[in-house]
Design a binder for this molecule. Structure first.
Ligand code: GUN
Ligand code: FE
Length: 446
């Protein structure tokens, strides 16, 4: 089988640094070695003690001073909105009607969907994102296009068709709840567990779903093991008010989902900007996770998510980071860390780099219930990892030199100044799938 070995600064998280002290959560080897065989990690530890154990037939690459860590996990995004990213001037509801829905209608054409799906997957890998939870359009062929593209690249992606049967243009709506169920069941049969793909049942949000559709979503979610449930919640004040009108009996937005059996392990709610402490406690109790989408929340003027409230030690909620393209303005998870830091700073909560990188890797993996397979560099884990270059730009290089190898300072510089340029290489299942400098010299062999 294939054998890959890489040498550099190895970093991953064994535990949640919001809940334990960082020294317990962080695994770090200044001069480390990572060995993968047939897509799985077989060794991760000090280089010195294992250098002789690397078989001569292994592809060996030394990345001096680079940081080798688990691939980023994007816990909420829309591949169908790649083409209308950077659309000006509206808040959520108007932005959906004016920009997002018209773009999503184009995904009825498989050809268009294929083109965007390939661009999207390449862009994930170029940014060091090896796994993501992705909303597709209403049309089943938009799901086929994405999973075909991600399977071709060997990626572990979770995705599904969006369910919506009201309050959107007719061409985009499901014909009926029954037809939406049939289509979803077919997609689950086709894609759930096909390659590394995971199917996610996606009632788009309470505004676009009737009560009947929400019940159907719950039923579909529970129909097979390992399915995810993904939706939006409490993103924008006008949205929340509208949900109150549509579901007057419910005790708030999250309760709409709760009443329809949509809370539980494997449920991931995007945004949650305006959730109350009581609602956050419900998320904790129901083991439901949140996707924090900093760039999208700023871009649509939705509000400031409180990481401190979500990660309260008494009732912590699992949180991952989401690019939420096309409301989000970047595919880069490093850019998300940068904005997440600033949002937290506005709330007097200077979240440190260890916590930010945790959210982007193991935190994301936990959010997507993939933490036994990805998110760590430990033997048995799937070999999805990235190589970050702390000297990717002149300013970053200058700042890195000043940090004199202090890893937390280096990580904070990468989180603040980094983007796709800092991703030197991306490996999926032990295979090099993105190599930044390939046009120059290719990976340095030993
Ligand atoms: N709520 C419902 N649909 C969407 C969407 O496409 N993007 C965002 N940001 N919020 C939503
Ligand atoms: Fe979204």
């Amino acid at each position: 089988g294939s054998l890959t070995a890489v040498r550099g600064r190895l970093l991953w998280f064994g535990d949640d640094p919001f809940l334990t002290c960082p020294s317990k959560a962080v695994h770090y080897y200044e001069d480390g070695l990572l060995v993968c065989e047939d897509g799985k990690i077989t060794y991760a530890g000090p280089y010195e003690s294992a250098r002789n154990a690397v078989p001569p037939r292994a592809t060996f690459v030394h990345y001096p001073n680079h940081i080798i860590m688990p691939g980023f996990v994007d816990t909420h995004t829309h591949y169908t909105q790649t083409g209308m990213i950077a659309s000006y001037g509206e808040e959520l509801i108007e932005w959906l009607e004016k920009y997002a829905y018209p773009e999503e209608m184009k995904f009825r054409k498989k050809e268009y969907a294929d083109k965007v799906a390939n661009l999207f997957c390449d862009e994930l890998l170029r940014n060091g994102t090896t796994s993501a939870l992705v909303m597709c359009a209403t049309y089943p062929q938009s799901v086929d296009a994405l999973f075909e593209a991600s399977n071709r690249r060997g990626m572990r992606l979770a995705a599904g068709k969006v369910l919506m049967d009201r309050n959107a243009p007719k061409e985009l709506l499901d014909e009926s709840v029954e037809e939406a169920k049939r289509q979803t069941e077919k997609l689950i049969d086709k894609w759930h567990g096909n390659g590394r793909s995971v199917y996610a049942v996606i009632p788009r949000f309470a505004i676009s779903c009737t009560s009947e559709m929400l019940y159907a979503a719950s039923e579909l979610w529970k129909s097979r093991r390992g399915l995810l449930m993904h939706t939006h919640v409490s993103e924008n004040p006008d949205e929340i008010a509208k949900v109150r009108c549509l579901f007057p009996d419910a005790d708030g937005y999250l309760d709409v989902y709760k009443r329809h059996g949509l809370l539980g392990k494997g449920a991931i709610f995007a945004h949650g900007v305006h959730l109350t402490l009581k609602e956050l406690a419900t998320c904790h109790k129901k083991q439901s996770a949140l996707a924090h989408c900093p760039t999208a929340n700023l871009f649509l003027g939705s509000g400031l998510f409180s990481l401190r409230d979500a990660k309260r030690r008494a009732r912590p909620v699992e949180v991952g980071l989401g690019t939420d393209v096309g409301a989000g303005t970047s595919f880069s998870v490093l850019a998300l860390m940068n904005e997440a830091y600033k949002i937290a700073a506005l709330k007097d909560y200077p979240v440190d780099a260890v916590r930010l990188f945790y959210l982007a890797t193991l935190g994301g993996a936990r959010t997507l219930r993939m933490h036994k397979k990805i998110g760590k560099l430990e033997p048995g884990y799937e070999a999805d990892f990235i190589v970050l270059d702390p000297e990717a730009t002149p300013v970053l290089a200058n700042r890195t030199r000043k940090s004199e190898g202090r890893i937390e300072e280096l990580l904070f510089a990468l989180a603040t100044l980094g983007d796709d340029r800092a991703v030197e290489a991306t490996y999926v299942a032990g295979r090099l799938v993105h190599n930044r400098d390939k046009k120059k010299s290719g990976p340095r062999q030993n």
